[in-house]
Design a protein around this ligand. Structure first.
Ligand code: 5GP
Length: 212
């Protein structure tokens, strides 16, 4: 007989978006560290590899000709051209994870979210992270990058636009305290795993549970 942990289910595509500086990357890292059932989606890109990046961990780096061929073959769940380079989410690893009941985290912006939600509407769970205040976001950007004033101003302008997209998300978490925000995002994941539609092994489980 199946027990609760062995009950089959579909995986979740867990999309986390936020303006830069709101804490998305830190929250994602904490989630991955604390949850063995979770993995990160590795995008493919045509942009050159940076010195601190590892092929296959940070991105799959590819020539433009290969990327175009994959677009033609429908091998991406979503793709976009950003700052002159192509970026995309390869379809196969995500579909395999869904079938095998593994959950995948996507660190993508609101544009990628829209395409993913269209491609896999039943699998996508979308969380938007907001900073507590405008001043706090500015301070975080300054602390992090030690950037020049105009770089910080440009990022704040971008954040201002990005924040308006919160309306498209299923959940919104305001990151006033990092521990509390991580807690809330973990709770969303735990609750979404219990959704009846995802638990494809329930009929078998309940059949084993009941007595005539
Ligand atoms: P970077 O080159 O700095 O790593 O990323 C540049 C931009 O590309 C970021 O805004 C990032 O969100 C976006 N990006 C990274 N991977 C993907 C992807 O798979 N799909 C889409 N649509 N955008 C991506």
């Amino acid at each position: 007989m199946l027990n609760e942990d062995q009950c089959r289910r579909r995986g979740i595509m867990f999309v986390l978006s936020s303006p830069s500086g709101a804490g998305k990357t830190t929250i994602t890292r904490r989630l991955l560290e604390s949850d063995a059932g979770l993995e990160m989606s590795v995008s493919m890109t045509t942009r050159p590899k940076r010195s601190d990046e590892i092929d296959g961990r940070d991105y799959h780096f590819a020539e433009e000709s290969r990327f175009r061929k994959m677009i033609e073959n429908g091998e991406f769940l979503e793709y976009a051209k950003v700052f002159g380079h192509w970026y995309g989410t390869p379809r196969e690893p995500v579909e395999d994870a869904m079938t095998e009941g593994r959950d995948v985290v996507f660190d993508i912006d609101w544009q990628g979210r829209g395409q993913l939600a269209e491609a896999m509407p039943n699998e996508v769970v979308q969380v938007f992270i907001l900073p507590p205040t405008w001043e706090e976001l500015e301070q975080r950007l300054r602390r992090r990058a030690q950037d020049l004033d105009d770089v910080v101003a440009a990022r704040m302008a971008k954040a201002n636009d990005e924040m308006s997209h919160f309306v498209d998300y299923d959940y919104v978490v305001i990151n006033s305290s990092l521990d509390e925000a991580v807690n809330r995002v973990q709770s969303i994941l735990v609750a979404e795993r219990q959704r009846r539609e995802r638990q494809t092994g329930l009929e078998e489980f309940v059949a084993g549970l009941r007595r005539e």
